[in-house]
Write a protein that binds this ligand. Structure first.
Ligand SMILES: Nc1ncnc2c1ncn2[C@@H]1O[C@H](COP(=O)(O)OP(=O)(O)O)[C@@H](O)[C@H]1O
Ligand SMILES: [Mg+2]
Length: 171
């Protein structure tokens, strides 16, 4: 029997939004197992801790069999070796993503020649969506209905309340 094909979908996911979830749902039927891998390397710039980001994702993938979420730091290819995974899944939104993704794919292949990167394209309505925009729109009071899940919205609200406690002017 062939070894199970395990794919890793790595990213910051700060927080997970529906564009990410769309990619996860598209790749689950393609592989035996999908691991959503939350990168903790640059945690100081992130709004949510790795544990918080993992928690948000876990609540959204609850009903997806053969899909789990893990936090990791260090090199992605080392994490993949530990998990027995050979495939990296990345989402491609627009030409602007291409150069960076191309470099990463080639670097990861250089670091581990057994690793292949595959790119999936989201539903067109999510093409413009990013975690950065989600945070900006949320904290400016915009409506994120249909763009992020309930748990992410709830956690964003909690972050907003925590910030108000630190600076009652809403800082
Ligand atoms: N709206 C979206 N539609 C499809 N894929 C997306 C979208 N936003 C981000 N992605 C993809 O999801 C992955 C993780 O993105 P992100 O959380 O921004 O982490 P990273 O810091 O690795 O870019 C990347 O492959 C990114 O291109
Ligand atoms: Mg990104």
């Amino acid at each position: 029997m062939n070894a199970p094909q395990i794919a890793v979908y790595p990213g910051s996911f700060d927080p997970l939004h529906n564009g990410h979830l769309d990619i996860i749902k598209r790749c689950c039927p393609l592989f035996d197992e999908v691991i959503v891998a939350v990168l903790g390397n640059q945690t100081k710039d992130a709004l949510f801790s790795v544990a918080e980001r993992v928690g948000i994702i876990r609540s959204e993938i609850d009903d997806l069999e053969a899909c789990r979420v893990e936090g990791f730091s260090g090199l992605l290819v080392d994490f993949m070796d530990r998990e027995g995974a050979r495939i990296i899944v990345r989402g491609l939104r627009a030409v602007s993503d291409f150069e960076y993704e191309f470099q990463m794919a080639l670097m990861n292949r250089r670091l581990n020649s057994r690793v292949e990167t595959v790119f999936l394209v989201p539903k067109d309505e999510y093409i413009y969506l990013s975690s950065r925009l989600v945070k900006e729109v949320y904290f400016l009071g915009g409506d994120l209905e249909g763009l992020v899940g309930a748990t992410a919205l709830e956690r964003l609200a909690k972050k907003g309340q925590e910030a108000e406690k630190v600076d009652p002017r809403g800082g």
